[in-house]
Design a protein. Structure first.
Length: 197
């Protein structure tokens, strides 16, 4: 177990795909506390937060062979937030049913809004894992819309270095977004199924 703690998330992900239980346990121990704090922030209920995490980790194990995860932290954070959002939708639906004397309400489900919201969350998670200088360059470029020369001046680096950091960040994001599409499809199907029962 000691040597597994030294492995990167990507290395653990490869082992996870082969059914390595020790790798799964390492991932679990590495992210449990952080994810629990995040889940509690949204639910304000420790038991509910723990239930969400158990579900997310169970799904991670059950689908280990079909998932190609390079950024486990971003993947799990997105899955936790999506699971919490799903619970909120179910609770809202139950209240609507009770208020309408169990008459099926017309449920509004905006798939594009869901996708946009969680794509944003996923990208933030990926960006937060970038090397510090690469992350700064990306934020200045995409969030503050600064031109390359201004970013170079602010960070005291050359414009070519800025462009290199942007290229690296975008390459990582493109790779991560391929994973996001798989995750999003699975989670949207879960929510759609929830509304059908």
């Amino acid at each position: 177990m000691g040597r597994l703690n030294e492995l990167t998330d990507e290395q653990l992900s490869i082992l996870l795909q082969t059914g390595d239980e020790a790798a799964f346990t390492t991932i679990y121990n590495r992210y449990w506390s952080k994810l629990l704090a995040m889940a509690y922030h949204y639910t304000k209920d420790k038991a509910a937060a723990e239930e969400v995490l158990q579900e997310v980790f169970m799904q991670l194990w059950d689908r280990r062979e079909i998932l190609d995860i390079q950024n486990i932290g971003a993947y799990l954070a997105t899955a936790v937030k999506f699971s919490i959002f799903n619970q909120l939708l179910k609770n809202k639906r139950r209240k609507s049913l009770a208020a309408a004397n169990y008459i099926q309400p017309s449920v509004q489900f905006d798939e594009e809004l869901i996708e946009a919201r969680f794509l944003d969350e996923y990208i933030k998670g990926v960006v937060s894992k970038l090397p510090e200088k690469c992350q700064l360059v990306f934020r200045y470029s995409r969030e503050e819309a600064l031109p390359v020369n201004e970013i170079a001046s602010t960070l005291n680096i050359s414009p070519k270095t800025v462009e290199a950091h942007l290229t690296k960040a975008l390459k990582i994001l493109r790779s991560s977004l391929r994973q996001f599409k798989t995750l999003l499809l699975i989670l949207i199907l879960i929510i759609l199924y929830t509304f059908q029962v």
